[in-house]
Ligand binder design. Sequence first.
Ligand code: HEM
Length: 245
Amino acid sequence: MNKSSILTRLTNSRVWRSFFRHGWPDNPLDRSLAMTSNLFFHLHPVKVSRKSLKWSYSFGLGIISSILFGVLVFTGILLMFYYVPSVERAYPTMKEIQLSVPLGQFTRNMHRWAAHAMVLAVILHMARVFYTGAYKPPREFNWVIGVILLLLTMGSSFTGYLLPWDQLSFWAITVGTNIAGYAPGVGDTVRQILLGGVEVGQSTLIRFYTLHIALLPTLVALLVSVHIWRVRKDGGLAANEVEER
Ligand code: HEM
């Protein structure tokens, strides 16, 4: 059997067809189907300008933020196998992860560094969008989604900070929630809701844990999907339009 007949048999097989809804991309139709039926390739518009493909236009900061979020979800799930969100067990389990779990120290550091890097990447991404004027119509909706993503990123960072339950986390959250308490009118209520009481304790830990591992990442995942879908629907990066004019 020659090479091309093996390829034809493979691409006509039912298993192949259930994964890829097109033939081997050796003709214009299958080539375009290969692009439009692939989730990642489909994120790009049909035509893109050279300027938007230049590294120095976006520095890939949006993609870098998305990848860091992926790293955080992956390493976060690994940490959840050991971490126990109770005031008696949180610190010892965190030490156990560092000292006796295989690759525990590495996983924890990956999680910590990726978290710091994500905050930085999202802020730089926002600055890039601002300086290239990409917040202007029709992208104003995506700018607003972006602002919510920034707040969610900060929220994830803040809630994660308490989880090691060491002196640094305890006092950082005490100071942070006290600052929230000074907001006019709603301050005291917000502080009480965050703490689940009058001071940082077990109720605070379980609230922060639930926000950190369930609510905030789910919202980030949903909004990042809408955000990237919107980039595609608005005709790709704003640089495309500048070149068309
Ligand atoms: C979790 C945080 C975020 C993620 C994962 C994310 C992801 C992305 C990606 C992948 C792109 C397309 C490629 C690129 O520009 O690098 C993009 C574009 C965009 N983002 Fe974000 N983003 C986030 C936060 C933000 C923030 C904080 C803002 C602004 C407040 C924002 C506003 C925008 C806008 C307006 C565009 C279109 C840019 C253009 O057309 O040139 N994003 N984002």
